[in-house]
Design a protein around this ligand. Structure first.
Ligand code: PEP
Ligand code: MN
Length: 263
C-alpha cells in the first residue's frame, strides 16, 4: 500500500492545515522531553516567531537506562495540549504502548512512533486503526525495507497519514551518535508515496552538525527536518549535549531560510 508503484502521486499528510508532502519543506522543533509548562512555552514562542506550526516534545521517553528521566507521561501530554491551544500549534509526541494510543487522540496532533518501537507490531497496528497522523522513525538498525514494512503495518489497518523519519542508524562509526543515512531520503521518496523527514538531532547527537545535516536533508529533497530545542540545554533532563538553545535555534532557522532561497 505504501509503494509508489501502487500510487504514483504523493500522499499529503494534513496536520492542522499544514499539508506535509505538498513540495514545501516543514520543520518540527521542540524539546527532547516535556519538562514543564514554562519550558515548552518558551520554545513554542520561538517556534511561533519563525512562522512554524509543528512543535515536538516527548512525554513518554524510551530511555536507554531505567534510572534516567522517563518523561511526565499524561501530564506531559496535557501540557502539550494546552500549548497547542494557546499558541495555535500542532504538537507531536511519542507514544510507546498500544494502550496509550486512544488516550493520545485527545491530546496531540501527531503520534510519533520512535526508533526503538519501529517493529513493535502491536503498536503499529494500533496506530493504524486511528484517525491521526503518525510520524514513524526508522529503527536503530533497520534496513530501508524493514522501515517500509513497518509503515505498511500502519497503512494496512487503514491509516494512510504517515510521515517517515530517517534518524540515523547504528554503524561502527563513533564520531556521531548514529550515522545519518542521507541517501535513505531519495530511496524512500522513490519507493513510497509518503513524506520523508530527517531528524538531525538523534542522527548526529552533535549540536555542531545540526545545521550542515539539515541543509543536506533539504537539498536532497526531504519534506521536513526535525531538531531539538530547549531553553537551557545544560539543565535538560535528556539529550543535554545536542539540543539547541533559543539563540542557536534562531540562527539555525535564519541560515536554513537563506539556504532554501538559494536552492
Ligand atoms: C525522540 O525523537 O524523542 C526520540 C527518542 O528519537 P528516536 O526514537 O529516533 O531515538
Ligand atoms: Mn531526544
Amino acid at each position: 500500500l505504501v509503494s509508489r508503484k501502487k500510487k504514483p502521486e504523493n500522499t499529503i499528510v494534513n496536520i492542522k492545515g499544514e499539508k506535509i508532502g505538498d513540495g514545501n519543506q516543514y520543520f518540527v522543533m521542540g524539546p527532547c522531553a516535556v519538562e514543564s509548562y514554562e519550558q515548552v512555552a518558551e520554545v513554542a514562542k520561538a517556534v511561533k516567531q519563525h512562522g512554524l506550526k509543528l512543535l515536538r516534545g516527548g512525554a513518554y521517553k524510551p530511555r536507554t537506562s531505567p534510572y534516567d528521566f522517563q518523561g511526565l507521561g499524561v501530564e506531559g501530554l496535557k501540557i502539550l495540549k494546552r500549548i497547542a491551544a494557546e499558541y495555535d500549534l500542532a504538537v507531536i509526541s511519542e507514544i510507546v504502548t498500544p494502550a496509550d494510543i486512544e488516550t493520545a487522540l485527545d491530546y496531540i496532533d501527531v503520534i510519533q512512533i520512535g526508533a526503538r518501537n519501529m517493529q513493535n507490531f502491536e503498536l503499529l497496528k494500533a496506530a493504524g486503526q486511528v484517525n491521526k497522523p503518525v510520524l514513524l522513525k526508522r529503527g536503530l538498525a533497520a534496513t530501508i525495507e524493514e522501515f517500509i514494512n513497518a509503515a505498511e503495518y500502519i497503512m494496512s489497518q487503514g491509516n494512510d497519514q504517515i510521515i517517515l523519519c530517517e534518524r540515523g542508524i547504528r554503524t561502527y562509526e563513533r564520531a556521531t551518535r548514529n550515522t545519518l543515512d542521507i541517501s535513505a531520503v531519495p530511496i524512500l521518496k522513490k519507493e513510497t508515496h509518503l513524506p520523508v523527514f530527517v531528524d538531525v538531532t538523534h542522527s548526529t547527537g552533535r549540536r555542531d552538525l545540526l545545521l550542515p545535516c539539515a541543509k543536506a536533508a533539504l537539498a536532497i529533497g526531504a519534506d521536513g527536518v526535525m531538531a531539538e530545542v530547549h531553553p537551557d540545554p545544560a539543565v535538560a533532563l535528556s539529550d543535554s549535549a545536542q539540543q539547541m538553545d533559543i539563540a542557536q535555534f534562531n540562527e539555525f532557522m535564519e541560515e536554513l531560510k537563506s539556504f532554501q532561497r538559494q536552492m
